[in-house]
Design a protein. Structure first.
Length: 409
């Protein structure tokens, strides 16, 4: 087998970046293909193959991929690992995420994620063709917010809402003129088409939304308000595993509140599905990456031979009807290539979908099994003490036999 060298790897990686990351799709890869042609020519003891490179790009790309796929996989997994250890910053947001809880419990968390993704896919009822939301005027929305916050045994929630409203920290983009809107988006580095429901953290915390005057406005705000409260008390040091839990729980409670007001369950289900559709799709696509990441955390670099052997072992353990032909190497290579493509396209968003899926799982556990603990959860959300996710997992009723504490009690 040809040994990988630095030239081949760099040329191949640049081509993969151009193929799979829309921010880099305009990179000129002609030089990379020329370099691959030169390196392949050396195998044949020729100075350079006399071929039309344009017609042979796919061949050269696949040849390089066969040499480099696992090297690239390990580099990308290492980047994720360093994010989790708090040794890498997310480039877009320049923030550090340290997640000891995931590192200590990766296998258990990944199993929970798989269970929750399956649960969401099986239980979400939605109507993609006829999404029409009921009207909810601005004044009625404000009334609902106050009524909703008064349901909880914590007067501080309503005080915080009144305070940020008075100080102008709740901003609806479509209520600004074009100049004000542009200044705000530039200040907080927000893309215009990605601004609905954004919470911005800089030298201050504000909530940015787009008003629709429909029922969307109420859970949209409640979701972001929970983020605000969480950041207000915890500052930048939000426990990563719990980053989406409180906001998703509040959002689900907001949906139950609207149900009690007589709004139709089908449009509320549609809201939940479409608000979280991108997260769900990326989470589903990312599960092979998390399985690789778990192996990387436990055993170090992923080796091609080990990856192939694991698939042979899994296939041999199947108890139902097996395929007539099974190519373990092809399956391993396909999984590796797919993981690389998803990581190249979404590396800094992959941990975000883990937060979403865990937040969804914990919220469902609360609402299905133990709604009486909601006020205790709000107390944790508004605590300035160092919260261990272990305590929240235990509080909502999860089996803790195989889950380790992050911190010593």
């Amino acid at each position: 087998m040809t040994e990988i060298n630095d030239i081949i790897f760099k040329a191949y990686t640049l081509i993969e970046l151009a193929k799979n990351n829309h921010y880099l799709s305009n990179i000129n890869t002609d030089q990379s293909y020329n370099l691959l042609n030169e390196e392949y020519s050396k195998l044949l003891n020729k100075d350079k193959l006399d071929i039309n490179i344009e017609d042979n790009k796919e061949f050269l790309y696949n040849w390089a991929k066969s040499l480099c796929r696992y090297t690239l996989l390990n580099i990308l997994l290492n980047n994720l690992y360093l994010f989790l250890k708090g040794e890498n910053k997310f480039p877009q947001k320049n923030v550090v995420v340290k997640d000891e809880f995931f590192l200590n419990n990766s296998e258990e968390i990944i199993n929970i994620m798989g269970e929750e993704i399956l649960n969401i896919l099986m239980n979400f009822n939605f109507d993609k063709e006829n999404v029409v939301y009921s009207s909810l005027p601005k004044e009625e929305n404000d009334k609902y917010i106050k009524e909703f916050l008064n349901l909880f045994a914590n007067e501080e929630l309503l005080k915080i809402y009144e305070d940020i409203k008075k100080k102008g920290k709740i901003i609806y983009l479509n209520e600004l003129d074009n100049e004000e809107k542009e200044q705000l988006l530039n200040k907080y580095h927000i893309e215009n088409n990605d601004s609905n429901g954004c919470l911005c953290l800089d030298d201050d915390i504000i909530i940015i939304l787009t008003r629709t005057n429909t029922i969307e406005d109420f859970p949209n705000f409640i979701h972001e308000f929970a983020h605000y409260v969480n950041m207000y008390y915890w500052g930048h040091e939000i426990e990563p595993t719990l980053r989406e839990f409180y906001s998703i729980l509040f959002e689900r409670l907001a949906i139950k509140f609207l149900t009690s007001k007589g709004y139709k369950s089908n449009e509320l289900n549609n809201y939940l599905y479409f608000r979280n559709e991108n997260n769900l799709q990326l989470a589903t696509a990312s599960m092979p990456i998390f399985h690789y990441l778990n192996l990387y955390i436990k055993n170090g670099e992923i080796k091609e031979e080990d990856d192939i052997n694991k698939r042979i072992e899994s296939y041999n353990n199947l108890t139902f009807i097996k395929l007539e032909s099974f190519d373990a190497a092809k399956e391993a290579h396909r999984a590796c290539d797919y993981a690389n493509q998803i990581m190249i396209a979404n590396l800094t968003n992959i941990l975000g979908v883990y937060y979403y899926i865990i937040g969804s799982y914990l919220s469902n556990k609360v609402l299905e099994n133990n709604p009486d603990i909601i006020n205790e959860i709000i107390k944790n959300m508004m605590s300035k003490e160092d919260i261990d996710p272990y305590d929240i997992f235990k509080l909502v009723g999860i089996n803790m036999d195989n889950i380790k504490r992050t911190r010593l009690k």
